[in-house]
Design a protein around this ligand. Structure first.
Ligand SMILES: [Zn+2]
Ligand SMILES: [Zn+2]
Length: 378
């Protein structure tokens, strides 16, 4: 089980970015393996927690999906529509964040910059898509097919860049390694540098004839259908990550990810507050005073609601488990009925008299002035 990232850093779930950063620095100092009482495991854990909690998107995924998706990802993620948290398991601290000096550079080996690109692999771009869904979709979950216009592996050459049936030769400049070494003499001695082979674009292979469909790029811009699954209980504005379903990479580069941001369409009947479903129920004076039985819609089927006598305007009644399912799959929110007292307008003379009679009852909060009533009934 992954531990709670907030616990690891010792901060509350409401902690600000600054508090999270501070807490991480403190833990990092405390557990740094070079310290006398350092603890590599704890240091790594603190780093892992910080990688997620310092990244706005990863943090919101973690807050909403819990760590189970991360686990699923780690275990192969079979059928899981969500990606994990990229890099959460990895061990890479963003050095730009640090001004702490030697303590970190000693552990991470200092700031190292790759002097030369040694591969020309082209990673696929990420794709971001916005979709609008209805209250019912949030209630039931939704499976949907998206059609995306994106760069995909060329089906003609299967990404090899070579026209099918033609030969692919091993690059003679790099002997198929994709890299070339260059030695240079400096005042400090001879240095050899490795860089991407310019002849074969680091592929190690050169097609005798470029693919006629993709001009040797290995990818083409095409429409592709992608099945997506929106889980029940998804929040408005939430983004789902589907790993590897962005654009395909080329020349051995990895595919990008697909990010789907969900927008909830407004609903005429209901409002949403967290996982609760809010329904405003208009009631008459009579229903408020005497009580009644009415039918109430839900996102499923109608239910019968008993208005108790003596109900006030803006009173709330909670009906358990008729709201949206929780995103974690356990339980669901409630249906909250808010009463709204409708004051009658355009009363007939007879109706006015009846209301006037009511003012004579005991227990009325206020009594209007007799003189005003005399005017009304004149
Ligand atoms: Zn091709
Ligand atoms: Zn080469």
């Amino acid at each position: 089980m992954p531990e709670d990232y907030y616990n690891i850093l010792g901060v509350s779930r409401e902690a600000t970015d600054v508090e999270i950063k501070k807490a991480f620095y403190k833990k990092a100092h405390q557990y740094h393996p070079d310290k006398k009482n350092g603890d590599t495991e704890k240091f790594k854990k603190a780093n892992e927690a910080y990688q997620v909690l310092s990244d706005k998107q990863k943090k919101s995924q973690y807050d909403q999906f819990g760590s189970t998706f991360d686990q699923a990802q780690a275990g192969g993620g079979g059928g899981n529509p969500f990606g994990g948290f990229g890099g959460a398991q990895g061990f890479n601290v963003n050095m730009e964040d640090f001004d702490l000096g030697d303590i970190f550079s000693s552990f991470f080996g200092g700031r190292q910059k790759t002097a030369r690109q040694t591969s020309n692999a082209v990673p696929g771009n990420d794709i971001s898509v916005d979709i609008n869904i209805d209250f019912k979709d949030v209630y039931q979950g939704l499976e949907k097919e998206l059609e995306l216009y994106k760069k995909v592996k060329c089906s003609h050459c299967k990404g090899t860049s070579a026209e099918p049936g033609t030969k692919i030769n091993t690059c003679s400049k790099c002997q198929g390694t994709g890299q070339v070494k260059r030695a240079s003499q400096t005042m400090f001695g001879v240095f050899s540098r490795v860089s991407a082979c310019p002849e074969c674009q680091s592929q190690g292979k050169i097609p005798e004839q470029n693919c006629s469909q993709c001009s040797g790029q290995g990818r083409k811009q095409e429409y592709e259908k992608v099945e997506i699954e929106i889980p029940a209980g998804i929040k408005n504005g939430q983004t789902i990550e589907i790993r590897g379903r962005g654009e395909d990479g080329a020349k051995g580069g990895p595919s990008g990810n697909l990010y789907i941001t969900v927008h909830l369409n407004p609903n005429k009947t209901f409002k949403r507050e967290g996982d609760n479903l809010i329904y405003e129920l208009p009631i008459s004076f009579t229903q408020a005073a005497l009580g009644d039985e009415v039918e109430i819609p839900t996102l499923d089927k109608k239910i019968v609601f008993k208005i108790p006598n003596g109900t006030q305007s803006h009173q709330k009644f909670e009906i358990s488990s008729k709201g949206f399912p929780h995103l974690n799959g356990y339980g669901q929110g409630n249906l909250i009925i808010k009463t709204h007292l409708i004051t009658p307008t355009k009363l007939s003379g007879k109706e006015k008299k009846l209301f006037y009679e009511l003012t004579k009852l005991k227990g009325q909060a206020t009594k209007p002035k007799e003189s005003l009533f005399n005017k009304i009934f004149k």
